[in-house]
Design a protein around this ligand. Structure first.
Ligand code: PMP
Length: 364
């Protein structure tokens, strides 16, 4: 039981379960392989690291409040209108702004059964009621979301690709959802969009065209800047104006801003990270399937390994830990028979396949 606060917080706050981040240590072991937080195994671009060091010279100055240079760089790379971009402390903060501005007591925030945990946290923090819609075969079910929406629904969060399942739905389906629930803003959380490839734009075109669609993106995944905390959102001018009113003026540091700008401009590092991920994701999924551990086709930088039951998943997690490998248990997402494994570099993927293979051989 959590301690009782001396002065009661707003209703809903004590219903928030503390976010459980993927751990990075295993006792005193030095050969730990952390595959629990979907980080880029190649790290950040050298250019981003150099920009970070340069930016420290200005640490006595407040950062710009308008993020103009970073927004211009993002807009250039993605072919977007910079005036419709907002930057935040990770995409987490954009999710928070959306809930602060659009949700509140008496309203509902809708998301999917195995959806990212921040949606619930931010909805409760805003005093709103979180509502979960069922998924079908670990994939977003648009009809179930439409059925779960009501007059009090203000926000619908759909991660596409989804975390922790790695699955995704076509943009036409998301457009159908936005049209069916005009009383709410559909937030397409495209944290993993960079890994999809092809012509997937993360929902940018929808967010540019429709009055009730916002897209969120992050520098934490493909750009390898999870520790720098930079994310952004794109949407209708009127919505971005609303979000800017709840945003703190100096939410991003000089270092974060300059680092992210250099990162988004380094296309070579981004392309290399994307293509290596695609190659190794296919390799690891096939290697695990060969060893009796299936996964759904993933479009992100992780796969959701599926076991016969909860007990086997936990035993495999223990076997991985014994070998110094940390993956993500996803019982909190309602998937206790699965383990989410970030795609590392080639040696890491081979190490995972080897340990899981040995484990499965012992099960047989
Ligand atoms: N959305 C999804 C679906 C995620 O998986 C994550 C990272 N775990 C985020 C948003 C938030 O990422 P960040 O705040 O680092 O941008």
């Amino acid at each position: 039981h959590p301690p009782s606060p001396p002065i009661a917080p707003q209703p809903g706050i004590m219903d928030i379960a503390l976010y459980e981040a993927g751990s990075s240590t295993l006792g005193a072991r030095s050969d730990v392989l952390k595959l629990s937080s979907n980080e880029n195994p190649f790290g950040a671009s050298d250019k981003a690291r150099e920009a970070a060091v340069r930016a420290t010279h200005a640490m006595h100055r407040y950062p710009p409040t308008d993020h103009a240079r970073l927004r211009a760089a993002i807009a250039e790379v993605h072919g977007l209108d910079p005036d419709r971009i907002i930057c935040g402390v990770g995409s987490d903060e954009i999710i928070h702004f959306l809930c602060q501005a659009y949700a509140g007591p008496g309203t509902e925030v809708l998301f999917t059964q195995h959806g990212f945990s921040m949606y619930r946290i931010s909805a409760l923090a805003a005093g709103a009621t979180p509502v979960e819609a069922p998924e079908r075969e670990r994939t977003t079910d648009i009809d179930a979301l439409i059925a779960a929406a009501g007059p009090a629904t203000r926000l619908i969060f759909v991660a596409n690709p989804n975390n922790p399942t790695g699955t995704m739905v076509p943009l036409a389906e998301l457009e159908r959802l936005a049209a069916a629930v005009p009383q709410a803003i559909l937030v397409i959380d495209a944290a993993y969009a960079e890994y999809v490839g092809g012509d997937y734009d993360g929902g940018a075109e929808l967010a540019g065209r429709l009055p009730n669609v916002v897209m969120t993106r992050t520098f934490s995944k493909l750009y390898g800047l999870g520790g720098m905390r930079v994310g952004w959102g794109y949407g209708p001018r009127a919505v971005i104006d609303v979000l800017n009113r709840v945003r703190g003026p100096f939410n991003l540091s000089n270092v974060a801003l300059d680092t992210a700008e250099a990162a988004v401009r380094d296309r070579a590092h981004a392309d290399h990270s994307r293509s290596e991920n695609a190659r190794l994701r296919a390799w690891l999924a096939a290697a695990l399937a060969d060893r009796g551990v299936p996964s759904d086709p993933s479009h992100a930088n992780f796969i959701l390994a599926r076991f016969a039951d909860v007990q086997t998943a936990e035993a495999c997690d223990a076997a991985l830990k014994a070998d110094g490998i940390i993956v993500r248990k996803v019982g909190g997402y309602g998937l206790p028979h699965c383990l989410r494994i970030t795609i590392g570099d080639e040696a890491s993927c081979r190490r995972v396949a080897h340990v899981v293979g040995q484990f499965m051989a012992r099960q047989a």
